[in-house]
Design a protein around this ligand. Structure first.
Ligand code: ADP
Length: 584
């Protein structure tokens, strides 16, 4: 929708001056700023002059009210044709294009041209009829400006514009100065920072040099300590061994009771000394990295059972030694070294636990690349401040059980070194009053399931149905563990009477039986078996923690001391029993 503000004639030079005035006033009344007022006025006088040269015309000044916010349109129609749109490169039209938002030149009626200049109005909530009526009223006043008046106004505008330009350029100069200042500041800061950085770098380099020096000194001190340990312990072993030999010679000579007691003390002390010297030697070897590592596929089941068997006697009353190692947990490692580490950890756990349990578990980790062995106890626990220190040589934690137990403080440093030599690590977590957990993580290596030894395969018929007889639950667990996957089936009995019942219910291929049991002893069961034609030839391995029995007159029976019990010893005894019973 358009609203007509004014309609003028363009007939001579004076009309151009009036058109210029009209344009400036209209722009001012419609809210354009001063610069836009000058721009519009100049554009109108430039184009007006061209149109006048083209024969003059009428000029329409209109406002497009919709769509809001509106546009001021000035339409001039010349009688003769002006240069067509786009081809105009001289005169008023190109100048006007730089001053207003749009200039369109089109062919007009009767061979003339129509020029339309457009100027967008400021956003101001739209124009309504009333406000535009007011603008039209104001514009309709008569004008009688001369070219001189207009020139003065133009000069004034020029001066104002120049003033504004100067203000702007002053502002620009100030902004530039500020920028330069900021730049200088930034540069200064950068220089300071790089100076500081350089200084710090020099400091760090010096620190590293010092650290290097210190670690060289430390390594040298460590080397000296290891040499000392190795040489001294080596030198000590020979005389201690001589003392031991002499003490046992002395024990066999004619002595009175008191002398005998004194010699036994001598022997006990030298044994303790020898054990300590041996530990020192082990540690020195582990520290110097000269520990010989012999890798083999190791089945942790029987290994754990052996440890359980030999360490059970160390458990305090009321403390259970529990082993949870799933059958077939295998890895490639040094069996003897691993056994020593675990023996160390289990012995410690048993020493410092006076109620609850000590538990050994083993299982592959999530990745399947490691086996994680845990020795967990419900004992005294270790304060946080001592947790790392227990891995130092000779370090012992002061606690209420310490005075009553034997120890050198060398076991844990040895264990850690050895686990590291096996490619793993040893960690400790502990809660005082609740217990400790030592975690050994070892690589599985290229174990492909510990292969059953050829000799062991031959034993399989003998191990098809094994009867295990012992009144000690834990010991039955040990025997099961030692047999591991070699045994076909294992039946248990907890006393002699029960053993006879099980024997009569189903004949086993092998009997592993404790000697001393409530109700009926092992040797009595054996005698009953030998009288029974159905059981006469069943091979029997007798186990005892006491001195060996004479089994010569008991065909098919072989004796093993519990304290020597290891898998190989057990299997050898089973094979011997099988042979003498004519079964294997
Ligand atoms: P030690 O020969 O004294 O047992 P270790 O190096 O094996 O030497 O252990 C160092 C010390 O760490 C022990 O003396 C003991 O104080 C503490 N310790 C080790 N294991 C345990 C545990 N399971 N519970 C509580 N304390 C322990």
């Amino acid at each position: 929708m358009r609203y007509l503000l004014s309609e003028e004639e363009l007939a001579d030079e004076r009309d151009v001056v009036t058109l210029r005035q009209l344009g400036r006033e209209a722009a001012e009344l419609l809210g354009l700023d001063r610069q836009d007022q000058v721009r519009l006025a100049t554009a109108l006088s430039e184009v007006g002059r061209d149109v006048l040269a083209g024969g003059g015309s009428t000029v329409l000044v209109e406002v497009v009210t919709e769509p809001a916010p509106g546009e001021l349109l000035v339409t001039m129609t010349s009688r003769y044709e002006l240069a067509p749109d786009g081809a105009v490169d001289a005169g008023g039209v190109p100048a006007a294009r730089r001053l207003v938002d749009s200039v369109q030149v089109a062919a007009g009626p009767a061979g003339g041209s129509v020029v339309v200049l457009g100027k967008r109005l400021p956003v101001r909530g739209g124009w309504n009829r009333h406000t535009l009526d007011d603008v039209r009223g104001a514009l309709s006043r008569p004008r009688k400006a001369t070219a001189d008046d207009e020139l003065r106004i133009q000069n004034l505008e020029l001066v104002r514009t120049l003033d504004e330009l100067r203000t702007r350029s002053d502002e620009l100069a100030r902004a530039n100065e500020e920028l330069e200042e900021t730049n200088r500041g930034v540069l200064a800061m950068y220089n300071q920072l790089s100076d500081e950085l350089e200084e710090t770098n020099t400091g760090v380099v010096a620190l590293y040099a010092e650290l290097d020096e210190r670690s060289k000194q430390l390594a040298a001190a460590n080397e000296a300590k290891t040499r000392f340990l190795r040489n001294v312990s080596h030198e000590l072993r020979t005389p201690v061994n001589s003392i031991l030999g002499l003490a046992s010679l002395l024990a066999e000579s004619a002595l009175d009771d008191e002398q005998r007691v004194q010699v036994s003390y001598l022997e006990g002390s030298s044994r303790a000394l020898l054990a300590m010297v041996n530990e020192l030697l082990d540690l020195a070897r582990a520290e110097s990295g000269r520990q010989e590592v012999v890798l083999a596929d190791v089945d942790l089941g029987p290994l754990s059972a052996e440890l359980q068997g030999t360490l059970l006697p160390l458990a305090r009353p009321g403390v259970a030694l529990d082993v949870q190692v799933p059958p077939g947990t295998t890895l490639r490692t040094d069996r003897d070294l691993l056994a020593r580490v675990l023996r160390n950890l289990l012995t410690n756990a048993l020493k410092f636990t006076d109620s609850g349990h000590v538990r050994l578990t083993a299982a592959p980790d999530e990745s399947g690349e490691h086996v994680v062995l845990r020795v967990e106890d419900t004992g005294l626990g270790i304060d946080a401040e001592h947790v790392e220190r227990v891995f130092e040589e000779f370090y012992q934690v002061p606690n209420r059980l310490q005075p009553s137990v034997k120890g050198t403080g060398l076991g844990l440093p040895y264990a850690r070194r050895t686990v590291e030599a096996l490619g793993g690590d040893l960690a400790l977590t502990s809660e005082p009053g609740r217990g400790s957990t030592f975690v050994v993580t070892l690589p599985v290596g290229s174990a492909d399931g510990a292969p059953v030894h050829a000799d062991q395969e031959r034993l399989q018929p003998l191990l098809a149905r094994v009867l295990v007889v012992d009144d000690d639950d834990a010991y039955r667990q040990v025997l099961r563990g030692l047999l591991g996957e070699l045994a076909g089936s294992v039946v248990e009995a907890s006393d002699g009477q029960q053993a006879l019942e099980r024997l009569r219910a189903s004949t086993p291929t092998l009997v592993l039986m404790d000697v001393r049991m409530p109700v009926l002893n092992g040797d009595a069961v054996l005698a009953a078996m030998r009288r029974d034609p159905a059981l006469e030839h069943v091979p029997v391995v007798l186990l005892s923690s006491a001195e060996p029995l004479r089994t010569d007159d008991l065909p098919g029976a072989v004796f093993v001391a519990k304290r020597d019990l290891a898998r190989d010893a057990l299997l050898d005894a089973a094979a011997a029993a099988g042979l003498s019973a004519g079964q294997a």
